[in-house]
Design a protein around this ligand. Structure first.
Ligand code: BGP
Length: 482
C-alpha cells in the first residue's frame, strides 16, 4: 500500500470565504470584504484585476449593504466552527487547513499590539482541533491583506509591509505555536501576478509606473517576508515546519509544433519562479532574464539574496484544479478558467466555470515538482465546484464529485507509488463556502452542503452529501477503498 500510515487526509478552507463576522471582535476590513457578487459578470471577467479601481474599492467599503458582499458573511464559520469541526472529525480528518486573517489580530496592519479577542478565538479553535485529533495546517496570508494598507500604499508594493507582516507572524507563532506545527506563508503566492488586488492589496489605477513592475516588486517583498517569517518560526517553534504554496497551473503544448513547446516552456519557467525562490533559495537566471526582457527589475536590497538562500521552505504545497494548454496560434479555441485563458483541450471535460478536469495532470504535477525539488509535497487544494441540489429529505446526491475525487486519488496514489514523498491531501473545500473568484455560493465544493444561496438567503444549516460518507470511507481505509 503506497500511502504511509501517517498520511494527512483532510480539507482546506480560507478564513475570508468561511468566517463571516467581518466586523466582530474588532476585526479590521480586508480586501476580501469589498468583493461583490455580480451575477451579470462571467467568472473570468469577475476575477480580472482591472475591475478594481480606487473608486470601486472606496465605494464598496462605504456600502453598508452587506448582502452584496458575500465574503462578509461567509458561512458563519466564525461562530459555527465547533459544529463544523465535529463534522470534519466525523469524516476522520487528520488535518484541516485554515487561515488566520491578519486584520483579526491587527485591524489596519499597523497597530503595535494585537487584539486579545482574535488571539483567544484562534487559541480556542486550535485547541478544539487538537482535542478532535485534527492537526492544524495554517496559512498566514490567504487573499486577505488589510484594506487599510491597500488604500494607503498598495500594501505589498511597499517594502515596509515586510516588518508589519513579521509582527503579525510573530504573534501567530508565539500564541498558536503550541498547537500549530504546520504553517504556510502565502496562499498561491504567484496569484499576485494574476489578481494583484486580492492577493497583494494592489489597486492597479493607483500604481506608479507599470503594473507588471509593481506586481513583481510586491512578489519580491512577499518572498523576503516569507524567508524572514520562516527564520522566525525556526527560532520560536523549532519543531514546526514551514511550507510554501503554489498554484500548480500545469500547461501542455497544444501541439508538437516547436513554437507551442517553446511558449509552454516559457510559461513553465515563470510558473516555477516562485518555488525556485522559496524552495530553491534563489531566482533562477533564466527567469530573471525573462523578467528583464519584460522590462521588470527585481528590487533586491543588501542581504536579500543571503536571506532567501538561508531560509527556504521545508515542504512544497500547491493547489491543483485544472490544466491548461498553450498555443501560439491565434486561431486556437480559447477557454475561460480561473482567470487564465488557455486553449481548449479536446481530451478533457470542463465544468460550467470552464475549469478543465484533468486527474492525470495531478500525477504529472506531483512528479514534476518532486523531480525538480526533491522536497516533501502537500496537496493543499483540489476539488470540484458544481451546483448541487438539496432534496426535500435533506440529501445531496453528488456522484460527479465522488467520481472527480476517485480519479484524482488514483493518480495521486500512483505518483506516491512511483516514489513521490507526499505528506497529505486537503480537499478544497470540505464544506460549501463563498467562491474566491466569483463570490458565488452556488459554486459548491463541499462534502457538506450549506443552506445558503448567492444572495445570502437560507438557514445556514449543514447537510451531509453522499460524498461525505464516501470520503469518510476513503480516509478510514487510507485510500485503499476508492
Ligand atoms: C484557489 C484559492 C481558493 C479557492 C479555490 C477555488 O485559487 O486559493 O481560495 O477559492 O481557488 O476557487 P473558486 O472559489 O474561485 O472556485
Amino acid at each position: 500500500m503506497p500511502l504511509p500510515d501517517h498520511f494527512l487526509w483532510g480539507g482546506a478552507v480560507a478564513a475570508n470565504q468561511v468566517e463571516g463576522a467581518w466586523r466582530e471582535d474588532g476585526r479590521g476590513p480586508a480586501v476580501s470584504d469589498v468583493a461583490a457578487y455580480k451575477p451579470h459578470l462571467s467568472p473570468t471577467e469577475y476575477a480580472a484585476f482591472h475591475t478594481w479601481t480606487r473608486e470601486s474599492v472606496e465605494k464598496a467599503i462605504a456600502d453598508t449593504d452587506d448582502s452584496r458582499y458575500p465574503k462578509r458573511r461567509g458561512i458563519d464559520f466564525y461562530h459555527r466552527y465547533p459544529e463544523d469541526l465535529a463534522l470534519f472529525a466525523e469524516m476522520g480528518f487528520r488535518t484541516l487547513r485554515v487561515s488566520i486573517p491578519w486584520t483579526r489580530l491587527f485591524p489596519t496592519g499597523e497597530e503595535t499590539e494585537p487584539l486579545r479577542a482574535g488571539i483567544d478565538h484562534y487559541r480556542a479553535m486550535f485547541r478544539e482541533m487538537r482535542r478532535l485529533g485534527i492537526e492544524p495546517l495554517v496559512t498566514l496570508s490567504h487573499y486577505d491583506p488589510p484594506l487599510h494598507l491597500a488604500l494607503k500604499n498598495n500594501c505589498w508594493v511597499e517594502r515596509s509591509t515586510i516588518e508589519l507582516f513579521e509582527r503579525f507572524a510573530r504573534v501567530c507563532f508565539s500564541e498558536f505555536g503550541e498547537y500549530v506545527k504546520l504553517w504556510l506563508t502565502f496562499n498561491e503566492i504567484d496569484g499576485i501576478l494574476r489578481h494583484p488586488f486580492t492577493s497583494g492589496g494592489i489597486i492597479p489605477d493607483t500604481v506608479e509606473g507599470s503594473l507588471d513592475q509593481a506586481c513583481y516588486t510586491a512578489l519580491h517583498h512577499q518572498f523576503v517576508a516569507g524567508a524572514r517569517v520562516t527564520a522566525l518560526l525556526r527560532e520560536l517553534v523549532p519543531d514546526a515546519r514551514m511550507g510554501c504554496m503554489l498554484t500548480m497551473l500545469l500547461t501542455y503544448p497544444n501541439t508538437c509544433r516547436p513554437e507551442d513547446v517553446a511558449a509552454t516552456q516559457l510559461k513553465e519557467r515563470l510558473l516555477y519562479l516562485c518555488t525556485d525562490v522559496q524552495a530553491g533559495g534563489a531566482y533562477p537566471r533564466l527567469a530573471l532574464r525573462a523578467l528583464e526582457r519584460q522590462g521588470v527589475t527585481v528590487p533586491f536590497q543588501d542581504g536579500d539574496e543571503e536571506l532567501l538562500a538561508a531560509h527556504t521552505a521545508d515542504f512544497i504545497s500547491f493547489s491543483y484544479y485544472n490544466s491548461s494548454t498553450e498555443s501560439v496560434s491565434p486561431d486556437a479555441e480559447r477557454t475561460p478558467g480561473n482567470t487564465i485563458l488557455g486553449v481548449k483541450n479536446p481530451y478533457l471535460d470542463s465544468t460550467e466555470w470552464g475549469w478543465q478536469i484533468d486527474p492525470v495532470g495531478l500525477r504529472i504535477a506531483l512528479i514534476s515538482l518532486y523531480d525538480r525539488y526533491g522536497l516533501p509535497l502537500f496537496i493543499v487544494e483540489n476539488g470540484l465546484g458544481m451546483r448541487d441540489e438539496l432534496t426535500a429529505d435533506g440529501k445531496v446526491h453528488d456522484p460527479y464529485r465522488i467520481e472527480y475525487f476517485r480519479a484524482h486519488f488514483a493518480q495521486m496514489i500512483q505518483a506516491v507509488d512511483e516514489g513521490v514523498d507526499l505528506m497529505g491531501y486537503t480537499s478544497w473545500a470540505p464544506i460549501d463556502l463563498i467562491s474566491s473568484s466569483t463570490s458565488q455560493m452556488s459554486k459548491r465544493y463541499g462534502f457538506i452542503y450549506v443552506d445558503q444561496d448567492d444572495e445570502g438567503n437560507g438557514s445556514l444549516n449543514r447537510y451531509r452529501k453522499d460524498s461525505f460518507d464516501w470520503y469518510r470511507k476513503v480516509i478510514a481505509t487510507n485510500g485503499t477503498d476508492l
